[in-house]
Design a protein. Sequence first.
Length: 224
Amino acid sequence: MRPTRPPRPRPSPPRPRSPPRRRRPRPPPPRADAVERNPRRRGGSSESRASQEPPLEPEEQARALCLRLLTGTPRTRKQLADAMRKREIPDEVAEHVLERFEDVGLIDDQAFANAWVESRHRGRGLARSALARELRTRGVDAELVSEAVGLLDHEQEEQRARELVLRRLPGTRGLDRDKRVRRLAGMLARKGYPEGLALRVVRDALAEEGTDEGEEEPWVWEHE
């Protein structure tokens, strides 16, 4: 007997194809006059709402400006007044806001000057004359400037000058002695130290190093 073959599987009938989707026609672009009438169509709804808001009153604008400027760093009364003048805020409004800020302690030129002297003397090594010049350019009253720089006495000023010279001294080795004197003393002069103090501190530092021969050199500032 011949072996029986298994029946062949019948092919499955083909699946019916779905009819192609019809694409919806795109709407025509809005006309220019329609865009002007409806600002939302151009994506500027937020701008249109902002433009519809009433502008700030001068006093509110002045107060907001001062608060924003004082948030980053302390400022003097004159610096705030100059900023409001640039924004064309009326002088009487600016004066009223500045007085109010002084009453609540947000503006204090004396505290600003004291902190400025402490920070710049310690961080940059500036002497009293340089500190006073910086405070005057920021509009601090002369009496307040004198009181602030008076916090530094002569001993503190001389000690800071010696520290600056000792820090720069190694970088001048190998140079001619007179050039070292002029360079180091010139550095102190640019920081506001008196000429006599600067020359004495530099010569003392060279003497401690063992390179000062005791010669009298001409006093000429050298800019680095």
